[in-house]
Design a protein around this ligand. Structure first.
Ligand code: ZN
Ligand code: ZN
Ligand code: FE
Length: 758
């Protein structure tokens, strides 16, 4: 009995070696038919004896290539035809698009072998790739994914490359970015004015300059990196100054695992993430005495490390025999990463001494991802290159929604059906460049996904650029979502939680429904709404955003709030070193409420504690004080906890800090070690949150807790709280694949808005 079946496969099945795989499977079983890429994925027609056709259908998803991600298979009988072989047909276009581009993939083992094989025709060719590796998302203009719709369209393949491309048994069969020395993209070496310097070996020039301590801008997969020799203090220092980077740590690219082991402690889990095909930056505990310039990550216990992921990286590190290079985003502080050669010269001329460029365009910027690998597996801090645009599967079907995220660490999210697509890291929307990138990301993602949003979700903060943009859109339904509700919904969705939860949302700032700045909240929430069940007691933020840059202002505010005037006589270093005149002005601002919004932010409490302990009076990047405080706390052995006040008010529970500061001041006056003080603060906060959760459970009967917000990137706090809550028999949900910080906000917005109408 002969049968013919049409099989429509949807998901990530283009550009991942899916068609050759199907070809081989069909040929092995001696079946005839066709396969073609369509806008919905691939369509297969398969014909032969019924039991063999059924066998094919069974094996198809099971043995699919590693990079394929099948989200749907639809099968139907069709009439038999007269074909006797299996053929790959040209792509069909025109249908509505339901397929996805793969993320960019690190160079595979096979290509790496060839790269360093002197006998191979691609020996040291910095753009070697195959069906299993190479650029995808960042070179795609449109779908279906074919060379003519990528930035490889201007490189016609030579005879040898074309033969590989057309040979079904070759690893490069239909590898769209396939190229070689003869036909593909080439490197060039430029000076800081963007003039080409003639050389036969741009990589050698680059390694020589890096060796001398110069800063080289290197064009990569998702944009430019600024590179410097990580072991050379003056090189790193120069890069830091020129980039206007303050003290924010740099990530380093280590030559290989061995080099990483000499810099950091690497456990088995971290090793897997480091060498994964996504190749994110992994935060790892820095080893004492690591051969690394201090200016790479000043005052940090952790180091962000990544391994080479493009052939160019491999060649650069190997030729220069570098153990580690600083590889930081090619931008000035807080601007988006540069992708175009001329743009890079224009923007980075003051930072880089030389430019290592090439002529394969990066069509969409995409920063390196940042993850932490902890006891609970991988935790995303910045989900970007390597992961985007892989979809997240939703637990509920949504109409077409666009969520525009927040202001800092912005991402957007497009959702439809049971899938959500979180964009790459867009950054802080406070300059024109970032805002332009935000618009590009919306445009590009909605076009390659063909999602035309009917609903736009935005944050309630009236001054966010993302909010202003959303409110100006027409013919869509606009849904404003409270910041911390979005955080909790993001955590709920990631974990597939239904019903009501106790949501602990701790972060730096989010616009509250009462017009104040929230950030230390307990919400009783579900997808449809929330009730604010508890908060940190309000204090003033003297000077508004100036209080974020200068934690000493928050310290004054907390002390004034709790102790009136008496604290000014205390014998602790913070008070002794206080500039009395400046302090007087700030205290007046607090007392009169002039330019001093009220806040319940947990981030600001961390700032105040860091300042009172004398650890840090000013910060030059977000969450710096809290990160340093966490690091100190991690070094302490457990030694008790500070008390917090917890009281029931007419509107809900309120966490007060009078007892906390009193106990801390006593320790400070007694000369207690900062490590211990920090640890007692963390433990005290954990204890009061756990106690609060118990009260809320008694009142509401809700036993599920979701933890979200940027403060939960603090692993000391997160792990201790998780342990305590689980010991109290709560079911606790946290973030993993989606950032706990504002990078995960857009997912929560999309889900809340999408569900509100479906
Ligand atoms: Zn490869
Ligand atoms: Zn070629
Ligand atoms: Fe937030």
């Amino acid at each position: 009995m002969q049968a013919r079946k049409e099989i429509r496969v949807s998901g990530v099945v283009q550009g991942v070696g899916f068609r050759p795989y199907v070809f081989r499977l069909a040929t092995e079983l001696d079946l005839s038919g066709t396969i073609s890429n369509t806008s919905t994925g691939v369509t297969i027609e398969i014909q032969g004896p019924t039991e063999l056709v059924d066998h094919f259908v069974l094996r198809l998803p099971r043995e699919a290539p590693a990079l394929a991600r099948i989200t749907g298979v639809a099968i139907r009988e069709v009439p038999c035809k007269g074909d006797h072989t299996f053929r790959i047909l040209a792509s069909l276009t025109g249908d509505p698009v339901r397929t996805w581009i793969s993320a960019d993939i690190a160079i595979c083992e096979d290509c790496l072998q060839e790269l360093f094989d002197p006998a191979d025709r691609r020996y040291l060719y910095p753009f070697i790739n195959c069906t299993n590796c190479g650029p995808r998302f960042t070179i795609v203009r449109d779908i279906p994914y074919d060379r003519c719709r990528t930035s490889m369209d201007r490189f016609p393949m030579c005879g040898a490359c074309r033969a590989e491309y057309e040979d079904i048994h070759n690893r490069r069969f239909h590898a769209q970015p396939n190229a070689c020395w003869k036909c593909g993209p080439q490197l060039a070496w430029w000076d800081r004015q963007g003039h080409r310097i003639a050389t036969s070996d741009p990589v050698r020039e680059a390694t020589e300059q890096l060796r001398k301590g110069e800063v080289v801008a290197v064009k990569g997969l998702g944009g430019f990196h600024l590179a410097a020799d990580a072991t050379n203090p003056s090189a790193v220092e120069r890069l830091r100054q020129r980039k206007g980077r303050g003290e924010k740590p740099f990530a380093v690219m280590a030559a290989d695992l061995k080099a990483t082991l000499s810099l950091c402690d690497v456990d088995d889990d971290a090793r897997i993430v480091l060498t994964s095909r996504q190749r994110p930056i992994v935060l790892l505990p820095k080893k004492k005495g690591a051969m690394l310039a201090e200016a790479v990550a000043p005052g940090q216990g952790d180091l962000g490390v990544l391994l080479p992921y493009t052939p160019l990286h491999h060649v650069l590190l190997a030729k220069g025999q570098f153990s580690a290079l600083v590889m930081t985003s090619g931008n000035l502080s807080e601007e988006p990463i540069a992708i175009d050669n001329q743009e890079a010269v224009a923007r980075l001329a003051g930072v880089a001494d030389f430019f290592l460029v090439h002529d394969r365009d990066v069509l969409l910027r995409c920063d390196d991802s940042v993850v932490r690998s902890g006891r609970r597996g991988l935790q995303q801090l910045r989900r970007s290159r390597g992961y985007v645009p892989a979809p997240l599967e939703l637990h509920h079907t949504l109409p077409a929604v666009l969520a525009v995220g927040g202001e800092l660490k912005n991402t957007i999210c497009l959702a439809r059906g049971n899938l959500a697509f979180l964009s790459q890291h867009i950054g802080d929307l406070e300059n024109v460049e970032s805002f332009t990138f935000f618009l590009e990301a919306i445009e590009h993602l909605s076009s390659i996904l063909e999602i035309e949003p009917k609903i736009i979700a935005y944050d309630l903060h009236p001054d966010y650029l993302s909010t202003k943009w959303a409110l100006a859109q027409q013919n869509v339904r606009l849904v404003g979502i409270q910041h911390h509700h979005a955080h909790i919904a993001s955590c709920m969705e990631e974990n597939g939680v239904e019903g009501r939860v106790i949501g602990l949302a701790l972060d730096g700032a989010g616009y509250g429904t009462d017009g104040t700045i929230w950030g230390g909240e307990a919400l009783l929430a579900d997808y449809s709404g929330f009730e604010r069940a508890a908060q940190l007691a309000y204090v003033r933020m003297p000077g508004g955003s100036a209080a974020i840059r200068e934690p000493w202002r928050m310290a004054l505010s907390y002390l004034r709030h709790n102790f009136g005037a008496e604290f000014l006589e205390w014998e602790i270093p913070f008070i002794r070193r206080l500039n009395r005149k400046k302090a007087e002005t700030i205290l007046q601002m607090i007392d009169k409420g002039v330019n001093s919004p009220l806040t319940s932010s947990c981030g600001r409490l961390f700032d105040a504690v860091a300042a009172v302990t004398g650890l840090r009076q000013e910060v030059n990047y977000e969450a710096q004080a809290a990160m340093e405080l966490e690091m100190l706390g991690r070094r302490a052995t457990h030694t008790g906890a500070y008390p917090f006040d917890l009281r029931r008010t007419s509107t809900g529970w309120e966490i007060g800090t009078h007892a906390l500061f009193l106990a801390m001041i006593e320790d400070l006056a007694g000369g207690e070690a900062l490590e211990t003080i920090s640890r007692r603060f963390h433990s005290g906060l954990v204890a009061v949150l756990a106690r609060l959760a118990c009260f809320l459970r008694e009142e509401s009967g809700v036993n599920k807790v979701c933890l979200s917000g940027g403060v939960f990137q603090n692993t000391l706090l997160l792990e201790q709280l998780l342990g305590d809550l689980q010991a109290a028999e709560f079911t606790v949900f946290t973030h993993r694949q989606v950032p706990a910080g504002d990078g995960g906000l857009s997912l929560g917005q999309a889900v809340v808005a999408g569900r509100s109408v479906s």
